[in-house]
Design a protein around this ligand. Structure first.
Ligand code: SF4
Length: 370
């Protein structure tokens, strides 16, 4: 049997209906044992996609609600950060970024609008690809870096390995654990446990969540993205609630360890430092925005250019993306959903990104019980 076949069989086992059914039954037993409604907040757009794609909310037992928290990297990129990227594109720089970012509205249009006006805006899959563009031109190339630990670490590695002098990074990278603390702290958000993102934890390990579990007396389970992974993560959370414990469990051990990827962490913290910053529509989150360290100022777009991006105020809309990202609302609560805000004509970032809950809601149908 080849490696590819073995990998394929293993992947399918995480979609096995019998295993899913057994986990669903275990969940029902645990909800009965806990004997009070349970509200889990997951912190990853990929979890939301798996839950919607496989219809998992429809099989959750009554008494268990799974809501989305601040886990869509595009959705939490602040309007002011989009404005900076748009201003750089309009000023003549080549702006390269992930495809999801193009239609995210800032205060004065999106990168797609800037491109329609003639600006050079490119879609890339990585910071490395953006650096390659810089190697092939004399123009200034700015990588608009968004995303959590999973994308920030590769951005850091590219800068450490050496880039051309005409390459810089406009960092909107963010760091997840402090945002979980903010959600846990908020008096209007009810959370009984977190299902944490498996791919961010491949970089940081599970250890970083131990403070969240201890300080807020909340169980945290790091979970993967196949349907059986999600159900298994929920079972691990409910087991803790039933036992009255609040620790960090790793339900994704095939990819995640307690220590994480130490080489990636070394690159991450050599290049970036944590500073306070605005998460779109949610709040200013302390120590959760990743800023380039002074040693990398020559490749920091904010140091390199005098960016004229206005005041960064959000356009006045009824968009409640921030409330959804903070785990306090669901897409169905937004009066614009499917009416003024659609897949073809999105109003907010949550309708733009593949990991955005409003987009997922519209693509997969109404999301039950958030
Ligand atoms: S439906 Fe549109 S306007 Fe409403 S919260 Fe979602 S993205 Fe924002």
């Amino acid at each position: 049997m080849t490696d590819a076949v073995e990998e394929g069989i293993e992947a399918l086992s995480f979609r096995d209906p019998d295993r899913a059914g057994a986990l669903r039954e275990r969940l029902a037993d645990l909800v009965e044992t806990v004997d009070t409604p349970v509200r889990v907040v997951h912190v990853c757009g990929s979890h939301e996609e798996a839950i919607a794609e496989y219809g998992l909310r429809a099989v959750l037992p009554d008494g268990l609600t799974v809501a989305m928290g601040p886990g869509c990297p595009v959705c939490v990129t602040d309007s002011a950060e989009v404005d900076e990227a748009v201003a750089l594109a309009r000023s003549g720089a080549v702006v390269a970024t992930y495809g999801d970012m193009l239609r995210v509205p800032g205060s004065d249009g999106s990168l797609a609008d800037a491109r329609d006006e003639g600006a050079d805006v490119r879609v890339v899959y990585s910071a490395a690809e953006a650096a390659d563009i810089a190697r092939e031109t004399d123009d200034e190339v700015v990588f608009f870096g968004v995303g959590f630990e999973t994308t920030a670490a590769p951005t850091a590695s590219v800068l450490r390995e050496g880039v051309p002098s005409n390459f810089s990074v406009l960092s909107a990278h963010k760091y997840v654990p402090p945002a979980m603390e903010l959600v846990a702290d908020h008096p209007d958000t009810r959370v009984d446990g977190f299902l944490a993102a498996g791919h961010a934890a491949t970089i940081t390990g599970t250890e970083v969540y131990e403070r969240v579990a201890a300080d807020y007396d909340l169980p945290v389970v790091v979970g993967g993205f196949e349907p059986v992974d999600v159900l298994y993560g929920l079972v691990e959370l409910l087991e803790q609630l039933a036992d009255g414990t609040a620790t960090v469990e790793n339900a994704y051990p095939r990819c995640v360890s307690r220590a994480g990827n130490e080489a990636a962490q070394e690159a991450l913290w050599t290049v970036f430092e944590r500073v306070p910053g605005q998460w779109r529509g949610i709040a200013e989150v302390p120590d959760a925005t990743l800023q380039l360290r002074a040693e990398y100022a020559a490749h920091d777009a904010r140091e390199r250019f005098d960016i004229d991006a206005g005041d960064g105020d959000d356009r006045a809309t009824d968009c409640i993306c921030g409330e959804i990202m903070a785990g306090r609302a669901e897409p169905a609560d937004c009066p614009l959903l499917g009416e003024a805000c659609t897949l073809a004509d999105p109003v907010g970032a949550c309708m733009v990104s593949d990991e955005g809950p409003c987009r997922i809601d519209q693509e997969y149908g109404e999301v039950r019980g958030r």
